[in-house]
Design a protein around this ligand. Structure first.
Ligand code: ADP
Ligand code: MG
Length: 627
């Protein structure tokens, strides 16, 4: 047998990661054990699955359990499993490189965070994330200055290999002695981590983090965990603490869950589900896209971890398990997505979850509000993409409006309840923020009439409302869009002398249209302006959509053509009319500026070059007139 020892370099990202693990995560060393036990459990779970699907397996009779041995004299801790083990190629791929580009990105971010904010908060964030991105194994180097891993794959013809590293830049590989299937990891503890060679400490950590590992974990021969599928139990028999521990185990989390939903049903399908909403949304904190977090079981046997088939994509923030006896045990993981039963399960569970959120929102609006602030974007994404659950999702949306105060939010249901009788629908207006909407021209008529308007700040809101023709029979209407359903100013009693004389209005409109050419599709007198001289109305969507399209084709220059509505009782319009009647060329500059001001108020991007010259000539004239 060749005794060759080969030394190999770690991939750059692994070196970075090791550096973070060893130098920044020193506060919570205990988690290394959770990571190694969970790897052992994953490998065992995979083996159990292979057994069920009838694959050929080496050492078929080995018990499916995880064993831990402590040696206080030698200062070592050994963790062994009889799982699937690894081939030489798998060793190199799994423990020498990081394959997912998401994880690479994560490590770069983590490296940056820990550089920027030395101290506890960086450590905390890193800690909450470390288990979620497939970087858990390296946590062994928090406590060990040498890790020796021997492994043999379940494939019958495979040999065993030994991997060792001290956590600096490289590792070694060599062939091992003949041994049984699975993986055995020996940690040679650092002097400040000798306590991990004491069984009491190990038992305590297992209780805290690994109680729910679905295989026996034995410490020096004695079973240390409960091995329990708590989701199949009656909720009345489960304590809050058990739920919390289970959540921590399942989600690799350090805090308690924000919401918990535990239910079972027999009809239309047999389902047992235990779902959690976490406290924090890491995706919104700038980390990479979350993976799905619900595991699919059949009679307590794991069919698929982080199943993409069992909850819709927008629900990727949910953590939990779904167990159904109706699933065939030997179902192929590849075809889960196309399995009609799984699709049905998905529909029932997702529907039940949305109903739960609706109840929560009604029973404890403040608590729901906090959830909405963190996770609302997932629900919006759902409302825009999930046609199966659209109605239920739309009910959960929350908005600010011209009538909400102090960060209060309302639902579409509440809006409809307090609508005015003659109102033609549900109005909304988009803008960068509350201030910009309230100082803009679109709100004037609504203020004047005391009509409620929802404010939306993000393109996704706009997209959702735009794709929704109605809610509870009420039309949904964008205040920025040309529509007959917008409210109008009440008829004026008499013509005031500030107003442009009725017989001159037509001429002014025609002149405006000729002057502005292709920049406008139509010019007309507005029935909704109070304080502003003019407003643009979009012809094909809302302003924020037009803005987004502008940003996508940057080289187009200028805003897209729209309808220009002018306020014929505004002094600016009166002035322009007088200039135009006197054939003063300054009228043209004023008209162009009116249009661009209205486009800016709409949040559109105007070409700044022409505008600066024009504004200067306008200024020049204004200054001269003051003399
Ligand atoms: P993750 O578990 O999230 O994938 P880890 O860093 O914990 O990330 O482990 C990396 C990979 O190494 C695992 O995905 C697995 O393929 C392999 N591995 C780790 N421990 C074991 C083990 N005990 N048995 C078999 N494979 C293992
Ligand atoms: Mg792991």
């Amino acid at each position: 047998m060749s005794q060759k020892v080969e030394t190999r370099e770690f991939q750059t990202e692994i070196k970075q990661l090791l550096d973070i693990v060893i130098n920044s995560l020193y506060t919570e060393k205990d988690i290394f054990l959770r990571e190694l036990i969970s790897n052992a459990a994953d490998a065992t779970e995979k083996l159990r699955y292979l057994t069920l699907s009838g694959d050929e397996i080496a050492d078929k009779d080995l018990p499916l359990e995880i064993t831990i041995e402590t040696d206080a004299e030698a200062h070592t801790l050994t963790i062994s499993d009889n799982g699937i083990g690894m081939t030489r190629e798998e060793l190199i791929a799994n423990l020498g490189t990081i394959a997912h580009s998401g994880s690479k990105e994560f490590i770069n971010q983590l490296a940056q965070t820990s550089r920027e904010s030395k101290g506890s908060s960086a450590g905390e964030v890193a800690l909450s994330l470390i288990g979620q991105f497939g970087v858990g194994f390296y946590s062994a180097f928090m406590v060990a200055d040498k890790v020796t891993l021997s492994t043999r794959s379940y494939r019958t013809e495979d040999e065993s290999y030994i991997w060792t590293s001290d956590g600096s830049g490289s590792y070694t590989l060599e062939k091992g002695e003949a041994s049984g299937r699975g993986t055995r990891i020996v940690l040679t503890l650092k002097p400040d981590a000798y306590k991990y060679a004491e069984p009491d400490n190990i038992n305590k950590i297992i209780k805290q983090y690994s109680s729910f590992v679905p295989f026996p974990v034995k410490v020096n021969g004695e079973k240390a965990n409960t091995v329990e599928a708590i989701w199949v139990k009656n909720p009345a028999e489960i304590s809050d603490q058990e739920y919390e521990e289970f959540y921590k185990y399942l989600a690799n989390a350090f805090d308690e869950p924000y919401y918990k939903l535990h239910f079972s049903s027999d009809a239309p399908l047999d389902i047992k589900a235990l779902l959690f909403v976490p406290k924090e949304n890491f995706e919104s904190m700038g980390f990479s896209r979350m993976e799905r977090g619900v595991n699919l079981f059949c009679k307590k046997v794991l069919i698929q971890e982080k199943s993409e088939a069992i909850v819709p994509e927008w629900a990727r923030f949910i953590r939990g398990v779904i167990d159904s006896e109706e699933l065939p045990l030997n179902i192929s993981r590849e075809t889960l997505q196309d399995n009609a039963l799984v699709t049905k399960l998905n529909k029932v569970v997702t529907g039940r979850f949305l109903k739960f959120l609706d109840e929560q929102a009604k029973n404890d609006p403040d608590k729901y509000r906090e959830f909405w602030d963190k996770f609302g974007n997932f629900l919006k994404e759902g409302a825009a993409t999930d046609f199966v659950h659209k109605d239920a999702l739309v009910k959960l949306l929350r908005f600010e409006s011209n009538m909400t105060k102090d960060k209060e939010l309302i639902s579409l249901e509440q809006y409809v309840q307090r609508m005015q009788e003659e109102q033609k629908g549900i109005y909304y207006v988009s803008g960068y923020n509350r201030e910009s909407i309230e100082s803009g021209p679109y709100l004037e008529i609504f203020k004047d009439k005391g009509i409620e308007v929802l404010y939306v700040y993000e393109t996704i809101d706009d997209y959702v409302l735009n794709s929704l023709p109605e809610f509870q029979g009420k039309k949904i209407i964008a205040a920025e869009q040309d529509s007959e359903d917008l409210p109008e100013i009440s008829e004026k009693q008499s013509e005031s002398e500030d107003e442009i004389p009725q017989d001159e209005v037509e001429g002014l409109l025609t002149w405006f249209k000729e002057t502005l050419g292709g920049k406008v599709t139509e010019v007309r007198v507005s029935k909704r302006l109070v304080d502003s001289p003019a407003v643009v109305l979009s012809t094909f969507g809302t302003n924020s959509m037009a803005r987004m399209m502008q940003l996508m084709n940057k080289d187009q220059g200028g805003a897209p053509p729209s309808i220009l509505e002018i306020n014929s009782s505004h002094p600016v319009m009166k002035g322009i009319n007088d200039l135009h009647k006197n054939n003063d060329p300054f009228a043209t500059a004023a008209a162009e500026q009116v249009l661009e001001n209205a486009q800016i108020a709409a949040g559109l991007v105007v070409d700044p070059r022409g505008m600066v010259n024009r504004l200067n000539s306008i200024l020049e004239r204004a200054v001269a007139h003051k003399e």
